[in-house]
Design a protein around this ligand. Structure first.
Ligand code: CA
Length: 227
């Protein structure tokens, strides 16, 4: 059976090529052009496995659609798409239960890659994932990958702990700055990039399954099951 995707987008000019591209990938795609229609479909029996959700809808804000869908028990993957790039940080901070975020304009290839990643994550057995995953001992400030301890600095550890707490979700840069460096950061976040770079290298060197992925213009995400 092919995977199911729901595209929630009021603008036909955007929805049509999107739906076509996803169908071309072999997915069974439905299109909802309003928030009410999206909620009706997600609340029905056998809802789509992945929702691509535009924030700017005519009847109901996309964020509200996301919140209500989760509230009513929808447990598929939600990817928020927005032209309001500046709002993404705020949106991520609200934690309304979305799994991924994409800023408009985006390439279809990128969208397809993200959808594939969401489906892969959804179908992975939790037991198997847990076995391979990083193990963190917060009290002792220690991290293990495949049974071996990874040596991290204090900031690297704190950064990783924040990312792990939001595993597979994007954590905005300002949230990382606030939580790890304990301050509101108005200037350069070069420190953050440098620390992420070192953490990434150490995880890679240790053979960890997880990867720290940069989400352009938003922040970082710890991916449990990268390619
Ligand atoms: Ca729209």
């Amino acid at each position: 059976m092919s995977h199911t995707v729901l595209v929630v987008e009021d603008e036909e000019d955007i929805a049509t090529p999107l739906v076509r591209a996803l169908r071309h990938e072999g997915y069974q795609v439905t299109w909802a052009d309003s928030g009410a229609e999206a909620l009706k479909r997600l609340g029905g029996t056998d809802p789509a496995e992945v929702v691509i959700l535009d924030l700017g809808l005519p009847d109901l804000d996309g964020l509200e659609v996301c919140r209500q869908a989760r509230e009513s028990g929808y447990d598929g993957a939600i990817m928020i798409v927005t032209a309001r790039a500046a709002e993404v940080d705020r949106v991520v901070g609200l934690d309304l239960g979305a799994d991924d975020y994409l800023a408009k304009p985006f390439g279809l290839a990128e969208l397809q890659a993200r959808v594939r990643a969401l489906l892969r994550r959804a179908s992975r057995s939790p037991a198997r994932a847990a076995e391979d995953s990083l193990r963190i001992d917060v009290a002792a400030h220690r991290v293990y990958a495949r049974g071996e301890e990874i040596s991290l600095t204090g900031k690297e550890f704190e950064l990783l702990a924040v990312l792990v707490a939001s595993r597979d979700k994007v954590v905005p840069r300002d949230q990382l700055m606030a939580q790890v460096w304990d301050q509101n950061w108005f200037g350069s976040t070069k420190t953050l990039d440098v620390t992420v770079g070192r953490l990434r290298q150490k995880l890679e060197a240790a053979g960890a399954v997880e990867k720290v992925v940069a989400v352009r213009g938003v922040g970082f995400r710890l991916e449990s099951h990268p390619d």
